[in-house]
Structure formats: structure tokens, C-alpha cells
Design a binder for this molecule. Structure first.
Ligand code: HEC
Length: 285
């Protein structure tokens, strides 16, 4: 691997020390655009909305300089530590043991779900200013602006491939108990070290935002278990191919998953097989 991921000088910005900085840090002229807010929820219920100025007053600001996987190059931002943001917003309700996942929703409805364990790691930052351009440098094929809030991870292993969420245009954060939120996606009665459970974890991290099981989950792609399991009408080999490299077969919104190993695909198939057998009697209708 040629790329080196590094985390250079993440330093605390003491307020008032930026006078000598040559970076562009002025806020945009429009006051509404300069003080966007972020919504915080528990499942579907909004518990708070916090604006940028309030966060700046309450939290330390960090200056990031690191390899941003979304841009494929080094970038510099002003950011808050994700942990600080979550702790401030949820306060006494921030009890990582009592829920399983944190969902990050973007303005366009995109949702990324991450296990709680990931969100309490060091290295997650909520960026609120791009230090290289006055506004934000456009991102992705769509050339979207990642602001007003953009979630990044600075650790070498904290990549999208390792299921760290990197939403841009972040609008809302929600803490959820996955089993309660998506009861039909959850595999019942299994030990957490079984292959089916590993498949479920992958499905949760990579697929559920677009696909449902028994109508629980995303609506962008087809339901993969109802009214019939995907394994009932496609061969196992075809399912593996359509997960790993759909772009070899069709023009589609389904992304390729070329980083998945054969073991990962085995686990997903085991999960689909389990859900197929589970469907009778547990389906909603
Ligand atoms: C960004 C949304 C998106 C994500 C993420 C996504 N898919 Fe899809 N998927 C789709 C769409 C849309 C289709 C509909 C058929 C097509 O366009 O290829 C599809 C089709 C499929 C099919 C083929 C269905 C058929 O019968 O042709 C399978 C299997 C599948 N997805 C499995 C998965 C799995 C497993 C994951 C996670 C590893 C996943 N998908 C992630 C959007 C997505």
C-alpha cells in the first residue's frame, strides 16, 4: 500500500489564539448559513437541537490535518471531537451500555449506522469548517458540499471499509437500540460469535440503509427476505456476485463491495439462510 495515513498535529485551538493564523477562517456573510444546527434524537424522538455557536462556546475546537479517505488526499479542518459532541448533547442520557448503535442522517436522507463501540473511540471528529477554502471543497461524484457538518475519522484503521461512518451534510444523530428499531433484521437466539451474527453485523453496517428484511430497513433496494428470500429465486453464486460486483452486471445504484472477503460473503449468505428459515411465523403479516 502506497498511501500512508497520518495524523499530523491535531492540536487544541485555544480561543483567541488564532489572530496570527493565515488560514481562512472567516464565517460566511449570511448569518443563518453561519450558525447551522444539528438535531439529536433517541430513536425517532428529538431530544435537542444544538447550533454551531453553542457548540463552539461549550466544546474545545480541534485543528485537523490528516489523510481524508473521501477526498483521497490530505485535508485540514476545524472540528469538535465526536465524543464531546455526543456527551454534551445527550448529557445524562449518554449511556452507551443501554443502546447498540448510533445512526447518522444526512440532509438527503442518507443514513449510516455504527456500533456504539466505534463512536466512543478516539479519532472521530465533527468538522465544521474546511481550512483550505472559504466554503467547502465539493466532495464525491455528486460534487456536494460536505458542510455544514462533516464526520471524519483520523485513525489509520478508521476507514469506511472498516465500517466507520463518514456522512457529509450531517443533519441528525440518533442513538438507537437496533433490536428494538429493526426487530425483523435482528437474528434471534444466536450467540454473538456465530457466523450468522457476523453476517448480521455486516448487513447492519453496509446494507440496511438500502435494504429491508421483512420490510424493516432501507427502501432504496429490494427487500431481501420478503415476500421471498433472495436465496429462493437467485443462486447463492449469483447473490455473491450481485453483492460484490453489481456494476459488472448492471447500471445500478447498488455500490460494489469489492473489499468483502469470501468469509464476509459466507457470513452474509448464512445470515440470509437464517432469515429465510425464520420468516415463517415471524413475518409481520
Ligand atoms: C446505496 C444503496 C445500496 C446498498 C448500500 C446496498 N444495496 Fe443492494 N441493491 C440496491 C439496489 C437499488 C438494488 C436493486 C437492483 C439493482 O439496481 O441492482 C440492489 C440489489 C441487490 C441485490 C440483487 C437483488 C436482485 O435480485 O437482483 C442483492 C443480493 C443486494 N442488493 C444485496 C446487498 C447487500 C448484501 C448489501 C450490503 C453488503 C447491499 N446490497 C448494499 C441498493 C443498495
Amino acid at each position: 500500500m502506497r498511501q500512508r495515513f497520518f495524523l499530523l498535529s491535531i492540536c487544541l485551538l485555544v480561543s483567541g489564539c488564532s489572530g496570527a493564523e493565515s488560514d481562512k477562517e472567516q464565517m460566511p456573510a449570511n448569518p443563518e448559513a453561519s450558525n447551522p444546527s444539528l438535531q439529536f434524537r433517541i430513536a425517532d424522538e428529538e431530544i435537542r437541537r444544538v447550533d454551531l455557536e453553542t457548540m463552539k462556546a461549550a466544546l474545545p475546537t480541534h485543528r485537523l490535518d490528516f489523510f481524508d479517505h473521501m477526498y483521497g488526499k490530505r485535508k485540514r479542518y476545524l472540528a469538535f471531537a465526536l465524543q464531546d459532541v455526543l456527551q454534551m448533547a445527550y448529557a445524562e442520557k449518554w449511556k452507551p451500555a443501554s443502546f447498540t448503535d448510533v445512526a447518522f442522517q444526512a440532509l438527503d436522507g442518507y443514513e449510516a449506522v455504527a456500533e456504539v463501540a466505534k463512536t466512543v473511540e478516539e479519532g472521530g471528529y465533527l468538522c465544521f469548517a474546511d481550512l483550505e477554502v472559504t466554503d467547502w471543497e465539493p466532495i464525491s461524484r455528486k460534487q456536494a458540499s460536505p458542510g455544514p457538518f462533516y464526520l471524519v475519522w483520523t485513525g489509520a484503521r478508521q476507514t469506511p471499509e472498516h465500517a466507520y461512518p463518514w456522512p457529509w451534510q450531517l443533519a441528525s444523530i440518533s442513538i438507537v437500540n437496533f433490536a428494538e428499531e429493526y426487530p425483523q433484521v435482528y437474528p434471534r437466539g444466536l450467540s454473538v460469535d456465530s457466523p450468522v451474527y457476523a453476517g448480521f453485523q455486516l448487513f447492519k453496517q453496509r446494507c440496511v440503509r438500502c435494504h429491508a428484511m421483512n420490510r424493516d430497513g432501507g427502501k432504496i433496494g429490494p427487500d431481501l427476505n420478503a415476500p421471498q428470500s433472495i436465496l429462493a429465486y437467485r443462486s447463492e453464486q449469483m447473490v455473491r456476485e450481485l453483492i460484490k460486483r453489481p456494476s459488472d452486471y448492471r447500471y445500478t445504484h447498488m455500490p460494489d463491495h469489492r473489499d468483502l472477503s469470501e468469509a464476509d460473503l459466507d457470513h452474509l449468505i448464512e445470515y440470509f439462510r437464517h432469515k429465510r428459515n425464520e420468516v415463517n411465523g415471524i413475518g409481520r403479516e
